[in-house]
Design a protein around this ligand. Structure first.
Ligand SMILES: [Zn+2]
Length: 187
């Protein structure tokens, strides 16, 4: 039996628990490390990945009050690089850039970053919080996730920007819908 008394997470022992619920139990750590190793091996040949995920995760951290200056300092970058990414000026980013931002995101997504100014700004912009962004990218990676309306809109706009066929996505959002053409029109 694994002792979970020291862990405040709502879910335990899986990659999902590690990434989305901050579980740091030994089995979750082990699973996550294995997952990361496999992911790296599988994608090590890919030089670049779509930049929307980096943009969305930086925005979500903004909603949590993490300023770009603070994040830049942590990873030793110039804030201007993060600004242009959060602006969506990088349709693609290097895979290792993606990994760096994703690591920061995992560490910070559930804690307040200390900048109310950044938080107010991000909320005013209508940027989505970490929970929504996690759902969006879990859905896009094929997981069976129920999305609320703003999340659905975001999935479709990301897919459009990526040049991906929207029909299979809409079908997954509305498994019982008859008139997909109409839904696509509304998207
Ligand atoms: Zn745990």
């Amino acid at each position: 039996m694994i002792d979970r008394s020291g862990c405040a997470a709502k879910k335990h022992g899986t990659v999902n628990a590690y990434s989305n619920f901050d579980c740091r139990c030994p089995d979750a750590r082990e699973d996550y490390n294995l997952y990361e190793r496999l992911r790296r091996r599988g994608q090590s040949h890919i030089q670049r990945v779509d930049g929307d995920e980096v943009q969305m995760r930086l925005r979500a951290l903004g909603v949590m009050g993490h300023s770009l200056e603070d994040i830049a300092e942590e990873i030793g970058w110039f804030p201007t690089n993060l600004y242009t990414m959060r602006h969506g000026k990088h349709p693609q980013v290097l895979f290792r850039t993606y990994q760096t931002i994703y690591d920061v995101y995992l560490r910070r997504q559930h804690v307040f970053g200390g900048s109310t100014r950044t938080q107010r700004f991000s909320v005013r912009k209508g940027w989505l919080p970490p929970a929504a962004v996690n759902s969006i990218y879990r859905f896009l990676s094929g997981a069976d996730v129920r999305l609320c309306s703003p999340e659905q809109q975001m999935v479709l706009s990301i897919a459009k920007a990526r040049g991906v066929d929207l029909s299979p996505l809409i079908k997954r959002m509305y498994p019982n819908a008859v008139n997909l053409g109409k839904l696509r029109g509304a998207a």
